[in-house]
Design a protein around this ligand. Structure first.
Ligand code: UDP
Length: 338
């Protein structure tokens, strides 16, 4: 049985990926510092899969923690989710973002190198493209100067991995996520935003639940058919499955270059107003909303070309937007996050 280390394995995307890994017959070891996740998620993963993953509460910013962890462990691959991800917070506190997102990655790679572990999947983001001139966005679209320290950590992270692959004969795949949403169909795991949600879907579900008074739509004069911004929203279970496809590609030595990267989205662009309408239709709940100024750093439109992921990873997003929104709503009702 192949053993996979998942850092940040109790987080939103991490927990769904652990479920898919266990369902695909991998043995999982989770590292998480619980800075943006709850230990209960471990039990919920166990309930869904019937298998309890090995778990270590560990801060990856401390080099000795990381290097000690790897000693005497046989690990076949690493999926690295653990990172801070709030754009606004990263502007307020860039050094914390560089320390956490870059420092930890360097230590992890050193641990892997020293223990001859050579397969890595890295959580990257479509934010590396900024406002792309081409739509849908292919992997050949140029990388734009990052709009935030958070975005910069993803760009630098990819560079560090690429150079490490070259120097130490490692193999890696960066997955550039578009907008992950939804919850596991069991409604046992989902997104757990801390405080006021920054992302659209948790803000919508909290508004629908009466926790927030109204949703603010950031901008209604974008150059799009209805004036609101367009994104590519992907069900988190589909996204989780993309990690299994990428991991298998590495384990089967099918990666064409030592470092590859793929866009992970549905290929479909949906506006904020379309999201609201779809949410109202599939849940039967009406949302209070108002239009406010654009949010700084937001792009007009971003959706993925999924050709490379479809063909080279043999993976495709399968779940509908309705399914994703309904699962997010059920999760909200169950967890009643504040
Ligand atoms: N958005 C919004 N109101 C909110 C949160 C988000 O109108 O309270 C919009 C945001 O401007 C963007 C889209 O919803 O056009 C998705 O934003 P999110 O923060 O979820 O993801 P991003 O694409 O910024 O990573």
């Amino acid at each position: 049985m192949k053993k996979i280390l998942v850092t940040g394995g109790l987080g939103f995307i991490g927990s769904h990926t652990v479920v898919e890994l266990q369902n695909s017959g991998f043995k999982v070891i989770i590292i998480d510092d619980l800075s943006n996740s709850k230990i209960e998620v471990l039990d919920n993963i166990t309930e869904i899969t019937g298998v309890k993953p090995e778990f270590y509460k560990l801060d990856l910013k401390i080099k000795s923690n990381v290097l000690d962890f790897f000693k005497n462990k046989k690990i076949d691959g690493v999926i690295h989710f653990a990172a801070f991800k709030a754009v606004g917070e990263s502007v307020q506190n860039p050094l914390d973002y560089y320390e956490n997102n870059i420092g930890s990655l360097v230590y992890l790679l050193q641990g892997m190198r020293d223990n001859n572990i050579d397969n890595l999947i890295f959580s990257s983001s479509c934010t590396v493209y900024g406002q792309s001139d081409e739509l849908p966005i292919t992997e050949n679209a140029p990388i734009k100067t990052a709009e935030s320290p958070y975005g910069n950590t993803k760009q630098i992270g990819e560079e560090i991995i690429k150079e490490s692959c070259k120097a130490y004969a490692m193999n890696a795949i960066a997955l550039r996520y578009f907008n992950p949403i939804g919850a596991h169909p069991s409604i046992k795991i989902g997104e757990l935003p801390l405080g006021i949600p920054q992302n659209l879907i948790p803000y919508i579900t909290q508004t629908a639940a009466g926790i927030r008074k109204e949703l603010s739509i950031f901008g209604n004069d974008y150059e799009t058919p209805d004036g609101t911004a367009i994104r590519d929203y992907i069900h988190v279970v589909d996204l989780a499955k993309a990690h299994i496809a990428a991991l298998n590609r590495l384990l089967e030595k099918k990666n064409t270059k030592s470092f590859n990267f793929f866009n992970i989205g549905t290929g479909i662009g949906t506006s904020v107003l379309e999201i609201i309408k779809t949410f109202e239709k599939c849940t039967g709940v009406n949302l209070n909303y108002k239009f406010v100024a654009k949010r700084e750093g937001d792009v007009t439109s971003a959706f993925a070309s999924t050709k490379n992921a479809n063909e080279q990873l043999d993976w495709k997003a399968e779940k509908s937007l309705e399914e994703a929104l309904l699962s997010a709503w059920k999760w909200q009702q169950k967890s009643n996050n504040v």
